[in-house]
Every structure is written in structure tokens, then in C-alpha cells.
Design a protein around this ligand. Structure first.
Ligand SMILES: [Zn+2]
Length: 445
């Protein structure tokens, strides 16, 4: 299955995430919890008038003023020279004609892998995103293919792309010099759809100092030119490369058969990589012993609560995503896949479905060391009004499996605990949509 393509189709159809009442005017913040452990700080004094009015818990606008003035000092010119966290960004608007280019960090100490961002609060995440300057170049995604018809006429662009690709393949930061056509500007949008991005501007020139470090394995697969993208991902993940690195390779159009290589919008590359890695894990899971336990793994970060219920039996997966609005409103979506897997795109939850499922597969494989029937309950609290990206979901689930699970002797006992001690929504909101719990009788709760 080509998740990227399916995702693109769902966008064309004008599909929108089921949001229910989310986004309606909000009531006042629910008091200060000051909880840095959940990534939310909620001091009324930190809120601007607009955020106070809208009942936000985190005000992105005030820290942004400070960030902007810090940035103005380092971003006053049309040139940037910095250790690029070797990253690339490919947009999806206008596909197959897209904006692509490198990301250069303005701070040397900033980790590039969101795995390392776990535990940060909203402000730290906005700050980190703001410190990455994005260079933009417009072009067709087929630019990445050696046989792209336009390439011969644009040697400059071709060189630029191979420099960006080299930076993306490097496992250590690369010194990169970029000349923009104008001074990059920071235009952070704060809404519930887009995650915050740093300043950006079109690129005029780009130069990579020769200090990249490309692993032999990657180099040989790329040079070979006959390995399909899916196979390349499989081989490299078996060699220990993680989803973050693989996503970059896929996005930069480095993988796949030479004539088929293309730039992949970053958003799609993230989902495709999460999907592929989980599929690989599922193949192993289906061969493993079946769990005989009722276990509940839980974690909460950035106003996202995760409860993962693992039941005895053969691998099967169900994911719930519940958006909790103010004054008790909510919307729940459900996605399911049977033991053999699914072939259609999980439209109702998009990339979040694939990120959560990857975390669960890893947990079963490495922590439980058993296959099981897994059900994920994700409750998104009203305080999550600044989406940060699906890495939050993946890391939330991963951390849930690092916590000690609750153990039960029966499904009834597990559901009763979930209902009384964990879930904010009534259990019935899930049971009425559940395919894995469809046999469960409601009156029992
Ligand atoms: Zn504000």
C-alpha cells in the first residue's frame, strides 16, 4: 500500500478530520496545574488577552515576541551559515509541484530528532521549531529522478538537490551555507491544523561544506539504484536506522529505483515510514506466542492521554481518538485492523493512527514479547490547542510501554478500571463504536 498516495487522495476528496465541537469558543482555563510533567503550564499571567478570551492554557504569542527578537539578531541578513541538523523539508501543497529545501538550525545544541523532544512543553517546542530556518525551492517531485526531463536544463538546481540529499543522509550535522533571495521571515500560525514552523525564504544559493558522514549501508543502497523504496526502508530499518532518519531519506527522494525516485512531502513520508516499520513488526508479532494477560499501559503528555489495553489472543488492533471539547462536548473516531492487516488508508485518524500503531507494535515486540489484541484509547484534552506533530503520539505510546502496566484477571475488571480510573469520557462512548469490544454488554458498566 502506498500510504502517501492514499493520503494525497483523501486530501483531494476534501476529507477533514472528524472534530466535532472542537474549535468552538472555549470556557476559561481550568485552573493552574503548573504541570511540567504533562508539558502544560497554565499561569493566567502568561496569557495574552486573546488567549485569555479563548480559554487557552498555553499562549504562543507572548513567547513568540521574545523568539522573534532573538531571531532578528541572527537572521538579519540574507545569508545563513550553520550546522544544519541534517534535515530536509518537502511541502505537500500543490503536489506534484512542491516547495522543497534544507532546514538549517540557528542553535547548535538543538536536537533534530523529535524523539529527543519528549518532555518539552509547548513553549520549548515552539522555540525549537522557530530556530530552524527553512530554505525553499519550487520544483516537480520528479526532480529527484536522474531521468527527470527538466534536470539537464537546470544544473544549478540539480546540484542544490544533491547537496540537500547529502545533508539528509549524513548522520552528523553538516555545515551548510545558504543565500536566500530575501531575509527569512517567521510567520508562525497558531491553529489546530498546522504545527508551528520556523522562518523561511526562497533559496538563491546553497553550499555544503564537505563534512557529511554517510553510513556505508545507505551509500551502497542509494548507489545501487535498483532497490525499491519499500525494500530499502526494510533493509535499513533492520540495520537499526530509526523512523526519523528513514523519513528524511524518503522525503529527499533518495530511495527507490533510480528512474522512480521522487521527492515525498514530509508529512506523507512520516506516515509511510510509520506504516512500513509497523508492518515489519507485525510480521514478527504474528509468529510470536499469544499473550494470556489483561494489561493496561498508560501515559500522558501534552494534554494527550493514552491508555493501551492489551488482551489475550492473536494480534488485532483498534484505535480510538477522542477530541474533548469544552463543556463536555466530544467527538470519537474509531479505526480497526484485523490480524492480517489493512490495505485501506486510516482516513479518520490519518498519520496519528500509524504513529500510535508503530508504538504499540514496538511495545508488544520488545516489552511484552507477545502478540496480543491491542486497543488504544487516546483522549485529546481541550488544553491541546497547539498540535505539535505526530511524533507526540508515537513518543506518548512508547513511553506508556515504559511504565508499569496495571494487571487484571478479566476483561470486565480491566474495563471497569479504565472506566472509573482512567478515561475522561464515559466508556459507552467507546463501546458503541468498538469492533473488538462489540460483544461487551453495556449494562455491565
Ligand atoms: Zn496568546
Amino acid at each position: 500500500m502506498d500510504v502517501g498516495r492514499l493520503w494525497a487522495e483523501s486530501i483531494k476528496k476534501g476529507y477533514k478530520r472528524e472534530q466535532g465541537a472542537y474549535g468552538m469558543p472555549k470556557t476559561a482555563p481550568r485552573g493552574a496545574d503548573g504541570g511540567s510533567s504533562t508539558g502544560i503550564s497554565s499561569h493566567a499571567d502568561d496569557l495574552c488577552p486573546s488567549c485569555k478570551r479563548n480559554g487557552r492554557v498555553f499562549c504562543p504569542h507572548k513567547p513568540l515576541l521574545a523568539i522573534k527578537s532573538e531571531l532578528a539578531q541572527v537572521l538579519s541578513k540574507q545569508e545563513v551559515f550553520g550546522p544544519s541538523p541534517p534535515n530536509v523539508f518537502v511541502g505537500h501543497f500543490g503536489y506534484p509541484q512542491v516547495l522543497w529545501g534544507p532546514m538549517v538550525s540557528l542553535s547548535e545544541s538543538l536536537p533534530d530528532n523529535p524523539r529527543d523532544w519528549y518532555g518539552w512543553n509547548f513553549e520549548q517546542i515552539v522555540r525549537a521549531r522557530s530556530m530552524q530556518v527553512r530554505g525553499k525551492k519550487e520544483g516537480a517531485v520528479s526532480l529527484a529522478s536522474q531521468k527527470s526531463p527538466g534536470l539537464g536544463r537546470q544544473p544549478e538546481v540539480s546540484r542544490m538537490l544533491s547537496d540537500v540529499q547529502e545533508a539528509a543522509m549524513s548522520v552528523k550535522p553538516v555545515d551548510m551555507e545558504i543565500k536566500f533571495t530575501k531575509v527569512p521571515t517567521l510567520e508562525i500560525e497558531f491553529n489546530s491544523i498546522h504545527q508551528p514552523m520556523g522562518a523561511s525564504a526562497p533559496i538563491e544559493k546553497l553550499r555544503v561544506a564537505e563534512n557529511s558522514k554517510i553510513p556505508k549501508k545507505v551509500d551502497s543502497i542509494v548507489d545501487d539504484g535498483s532497490v525499491k523504496a519499500a525494500d530499502a526502508l526494510r533493509i535499513l530499518s533492520s540495520s537499526g536506522f530509526d523512523e526519523h532518519y528513514l523519513t528524511k531519506l524518503l522525503s529527499a527522494g533518495i530511495l527507490g529505483r533510480e528512474e522512480h525516485r521522487k521527492l515525498t512531502p514530509t508529512k506523507w513520508a512520516i506516515t509511510a515510514t510509520d506504516d512500513m516499520l509497523a508492518k515489519q513488526h507485525m510480521e514478527k508479532l504474528r509468529q510470536m506466542k499469544q499473550s494470556s494477560q489483561f494489561l493496561l499501559y498508560s501515559n500522558e503528555y501534552l494534554a494527550n492521554k493514552f491508555d493501551i489495553l492489551d488482551l489475550p489472543g492473536a494480534w488485532e488492533y483498534e484505535g480510538f481518538e477522542a477530541w474533548l471539547g469544552p463543556s463536555g462536548t466530544f467527538a470519537v473516531s474509531e479505526e480497526y485492523e484485523p490480524h492480517s492487516g489493512r490495505s485501506d488508508y486510516a482516513q479518520k485518524q490519518g498519520g496519528g493512527y500509524y504513529a500510535a500503531r508503530l508504538g504499540v507494535c514496538e511495545g508488544l515486540l520488545h516489552v511484552q514479547k507477545r502478540q496480543a489484541r491491542s486497543i488504544v484509547f487516546r483522549e485529546i484534552l481541550p488544553e491541546y490547542d497547539l498540535p505539535v506533530g505526530v511524533w507526540e503520539i508515537r513518543e506518548n505510546v512508547r513511553h506508556a510501554f515504559q511504565n508499569k502496566p496495571e494487571k487484571f484477571t478479566s476483561l470486565q475488571e480491566a474495563l471497569s478500571f479504565l472506566s472509573h480510573s482512567r478515561l475522561r469520557l464515559p466508556l459507552s462512548a467507546y463501546l458503541e463504536k468498538s469492533r473488538m469490544l462489540s460483544q461487551t454488554r453495556l449494562p455491565d458498566f
